[in-house]
Design a protein around this ligand. Structure first.
Ligand code: IFM
Length: 467
């Protein structure tokens, strides 16, 4: 890797505020990087199917090859090591490990994660396993998907196949990545797999995702022969009222309820928030709670993974001044603060990151936090040698790490930070058009080239570690 780093713009890391055991890492997920979609017994996931729906994914892109990580894993681990991080967060592909989502493990599929774990440990990098990052076996979707209660039990069975294989060497298991995306984007908005548009199905999916998390956590903990760290990762932003008007304050309450509280309240307090239960009832739906479910969902866990990209404000009035939409429901309109944007058109709001972390510490105390994703897509312009001088991404990382430090100073118990993402990859409905990597990937040659942000991150970590 290029040893010379051009000093990056933006604030420097406030080194003094991170303790020696603070984790520094990079993150990826299976479908976004692995490729090898039909190899060694892997069966289709909902994303393989969704990618074939005309118009569902930009440019008709799919994950058949992606970053070809399945075949390049040892080189990718060497790349991770060269970045100076101490941890790597990856996800396991359910249809690779348990084709069809039921029955015994597929030894060839499990063997890949076994080799990856060994390769990481040999490189001195701690593996952090996410069990579900959206690649539901298609057969389970055909049986009803996450709105079907049985999927929660299928997930717990699958989790145990992974746990039994890796728990002797892996310390940290995250059950779900961003259940909001699975439920809301997948079953209500339909812009993610499986592409359904059904509010009631989305609400059922929320409940069964949380139930699956609780069941899996209970079973892993019961089976452990040494202590592990169990967690769940949520994507969260901030939801402030655009103005002090009652309609805006109510829109912010609803957005916060649907985005954050309907997950964290049952997970931590063992109940769904009353205001959201009432709002959802007004839309003719309800969480399909059975006796004992909330005890399972609120099973204690050890770490909350926080994925943060941006914060937002909400207005209860649409552009035409209406306070109800075409379905007669209250308007909840996003308003992006400031003017700086990433290539996703997401606002750049590091101060909201601090605000979120301090709020989590206040409202859900006693829960250690790790930033399991943070990063940005920008329109990279590689030079002739594929080097990307991404001042914008470098500044984004620096400002957001500084925001974590500020939150820690205000009491938030943040114990680690994973940059999203190790390398450019399949950005879901955006295909390969949006690049979040700190390492550039040439998809024609599969050549990986660290961007300036990767070199900056490496040097920042080294300085933080006193190296
Ligand atoms: O690429 C995704 C990731 O899979 C989940 N969190 C958000 C990232 C950027 O959109």
């Amino acid at each position: 890797m290029n040893p010379t780093v051009t000093p990056a713009p933006g604030p420097l890391l406030p080194y003094a505020t991170f303790p020696p055991d603070f984790r520094w890492g990079v993150a990826t997920s299976s479908y976004q990087i692995e490729g090898a979609a039909t190899e060694d017994g892997r069966t289709p996931s909902i994303w393989d199917t969704f990618c074939r729906v005309p118009g569902a994914v930009r440019d008709g892109d799919h994950g058949d090859v992606a970053c070809d990580h399945y075949h390049r894993m040892p080189q990718d681990v060497a790349l991770i090591k060269s970045l100076g991080v101490d941890s790597y967060r990856f996800s396991v592909a359910w249809p690779r490990v348990q084709p069809g989502g039921r029955g015994p493990a597929n030894p060839a599929g499990l063997a890949f994660y076994d080799r990856l774990t060994d390769e990481l440990l040999a490189a001195g990098i701690a593996p952090w396993v996410t069990l579900y990052h959206w690649d539901l076996p298609q057969e389970l979707e055909d049986a009803g998907g996450w709105p079907n209660r049985d999927t929660a039990y299928r997930f717990a069975d699958y989790a145990m196949l992974v746990f039994d294989k890796l728990a002797d060497r892996v310390d940290t298991f995250t059950t779900l990545n961003e259940p909001w995306c699975s439920a809301w984007l997948g079953y209500q908005i339909g812009v993610h797999a499986p592409g359904r548009r059904d509010f009631g199905a989305a609400i059922s999916a929320v409940h069964h995702l949380l139930l699956g998390h609780g069941l899996a956590t209970q079973r892993m903990r019961a089976a452990q022969t040494r202590p592990h760290t169990y967690g769940i990762t949520l994507n969260m932003g901030t939801a402030d009222p655009a103005t002090d008007a009652p309609a805006d304050r109510d829109a912010a309450r609803r957005a916060d309820g649907m985005g954050l509280r309907i997950y964290l309240d049952p997970l931590r307090h063992g109940r769904y928030p009353e205001d959201m239960v009432a709002d959802i009832a007004a839309q003719g739906s309800a969480f399909p709670v059975r006796d004992g479910d909330l005890e399972i969902i609120s099973t204690p866990f050890d770490v909350l993974g926080v994925n943060f990209y941006f914060g937002q404000d909400f207005s209860g009035t649409d552009e035409n001044g209406n306070t109800v939409d075409g379905d007669g429901l209250p308007v909840v309109r996003q308003v992006f603060p400031g003017t700086a944007r990433t290539a996703m058109d997401w606002p750049i709001t590091p101060e909201r990151f601090t605000q979120l972390l301090v709020r989590l510490h206040r409202d859900y105390p006693g829960l250690p936090l790790v930033i399991t994703e943070n990063g940005a897509a920008f329109d990279d312009r590689p030079d002739d040698e594929n080097f990307v001088r991404d001042d914008d991404r470098t500044a984004y990382l620096a400002e957001h790490i500084a925001a974590v430090a500020a939150a820690r100073e205000q009491g938030a118990d943040v114990r680690g930070y994973f940059a999203w993402s190790l390398m450019d990859n399949f950005e879901w409905a955006e295909g390969y058009a949006k690049r979040f990597g700190i390492v550039h990937v040439d998809y024609t040659t599969q050549k990986r080239t660290p961007k300036q942000s990767a070199l900056w991150y490496r040097d920042a970590i080294n300085r933080d570690r006193g190296r």
